[in-house]
Write a protein that binds this ligand. Structure first.
Ligand SMILES: Nc1nc2c(c(=O)[nH]1)N[C@H]1C(S)=C(S)[C@@H](COP(=O)(O)OP(=O)(O)OC[C@H]3O[C@@H](n4cnc5c(N)ncnc54)[C@H](O)[C@@H]3O)O[C@H]1N2
Ligand code: MOO
Length: 401
């Protein structure tokens, strides 16, 4: 049986570039940029006023002038008003372009206006104050964003500001999620006493939706011929097949045989971990990758977060995110020689420390527990006794509040 590190390595050896496509910039949230974005002009594009007030020439103020005749009022977007003498000023608004002959802005709060004359009340005026000078943020032609950047709200504003209405982003793989098991009934159905409603497939679909992927769902019974029939169609129509259930030792666990019959090459089956030990991973000659996750809900959830999402990020050429570590909040013993993905609730202290409180739950069938937790803490297989205060890596599945 391979280790978690080996499984991760083999998965990341099988990433694939799905090319790029053009989308409207305001529909690109969460996508990965596939082009370079440069500044089309200086940022700011002109000397930009940052406070509503008056624009004066500082040398007049320095020479003792306190009252200035108002030459006019200039709104943001308007042409700069010309000034002919040092005892004149312009009433000017935030966002307006600073006229050539003036260099300093005094806020309305620091002046008094009477009959067309603005009198400065403030004693402390600095030359060039309240201005955001042309090109101080970026120069025309400067690199703003590189390929591989994830498009966040801040990135969308930057893209909008440089007029890139259409964007080249990485194309997402076409994904199908297959759930199998005769004990599963639809969400709207009433299960018999020994059946359950299917839920793993919706959980995986929701994880993928967060990544921007609209995955298809297929439910198949525990019938080898039907399984093979559906898998053969999926191998033609999708880039990735995600499966939940039917891969362990059970008499009705037909998935590995069906995949083998369809010439999907097994890259590994079983990983030294809990949950998720029976995880199966493989690839077809035509490039389709198959992640077959163990059916227990916590196993499917953990494997999707821990293995599929990093595979997707690497396939999209996303900048790698830095690992996050947290402090274990209580002692814990875990005997099996397996990496243990402990469910934890995370919390930042006032000192900026990330604390992980274990909420182990009742094993990999206890999906109710997942809703109360934020992350898996990865506890290495070579250690059995874990102590309060020790630091381990965490894999977040919720944003921290
Ligand atoms: N003899 C052995 N038995 C088992 C082993 C083993 O090593 N030897 N491993 C155990 C582990 S660990 C896991 S995890 C499970 C994985 O088994 P399968 O992948 O074959 O999953 P199923 O048996 O089909 O289902 C397991 C469990 O999950 C429920 N399930 C499945 N799909 C869904 C779904 N879409 N929505 C909600 N719940 C689902 C299913 O009803 C079962 O309760 O095998 C152990 N056994
Ligand atoms: O992988 Mo299983 O999830 O340990 O129950």
């Amino acid at each position: 049986m391979i280790t978690v590190k080996e499984a991760e390595g083999l998965i990341l050896e099988n990433t694939r570039d799905y090319g790029a496509e053009i989308v409207m910039f305001d529909e690109a949230l969460g996508r990965v940029l596939a082009e370079t974005i440069k500044a089309d002009r200086d940022l700011p594009a002109f000397n930009r006023v940052t406070m509503d007030g008056i624009a004066i020439n500082y040398s007049a103020f320095e020479n003792g002038t306190r009252s200035f005749a108002i030459k006019g009022t200039q709104a943001a977007g308007a042409n700069p008003i010309e000034i002919n003498s040092e005892d004149q000023c312009v009433e000017i608004m935030t966002g307006a372009a600073m006229p050539e002959a003036v260099d300093t802005i005094i806020r309305y709060e620091d002046i008094e206006i009477k009959e067309g004359i603005a009198t400065v009340l403030a004693a402390n005026v600095k030359k060039g104050q309240n201005l955001h000078l042309k090109g101080t943020d970026k120069k025309q032609g400067d690199l703003l964003l590189s390929p591989g950047t994830t498009i966040t709200p801040a990135v969308i504003s930057l893209i909008a500001s440089v007029g890139e209405a259409e964007l080249r982003v990485k194309r997402l793989p076409r994904v199908v999620i297959i759930s199998s098991g005769d004990e599963l009934v639809e969400v709207a159905a009433t299960p018999s006493p020994y059946q359950i409603r299917r839920s793993n497939n919706y959980m995986v679909q929701a994880i993928l939706a967060r990544e921007g992927i609209k995955a298809s769902l297929i439910n198949i019974p525990d019938d080898p011929e039907v399984i093979q029939h559906h898998l053969a169609i999926c191998l033609q129509n999708y880039d990735v097949i995600l499966m939940s259930g039917g891969i362990s030792m059970g008499k009705f666990d037909h998935i590995p045989q069906a995949l083998a019959a369809l010439r999907v090459q097994q890259i590994f089956h079983k990983v030294q971990q809990r949950p998720g030990k029976p995880f199966w991973f493989g690839k077809h000659d035509n490039g389709v990758v198959v992640f077959a996750f163990p059916g227990n809900p916590v196993a499917t959830f953990m494997c999707t977060q821990r293995y599929f999402v990093p595979w997707l990020n690497a396939s999209l050429g996303k900048e790698e995110s830095k690992p996050i570590f947290a402090v274990l909040e209580s002692d814990l013993t875990f005997e099996p020689q397996l990496a243990y993905y402990l469910q934890v609730k995370l919390q930042f202290t006032g000192q900026g420390q990330l604390l992980a409180t274990p909420l182990a739950g009742n094993g990999s069938g206890d999906f109710a527990n997942l809703a109360d937790t934020d992350a898996f803490m990865e506890l290495p297989s070579e250690i059995n006794e874990f102590k309060k205060g020790e630091v381990y890596r965490v894999y977040l599945f919720n944003q921290l509040q």
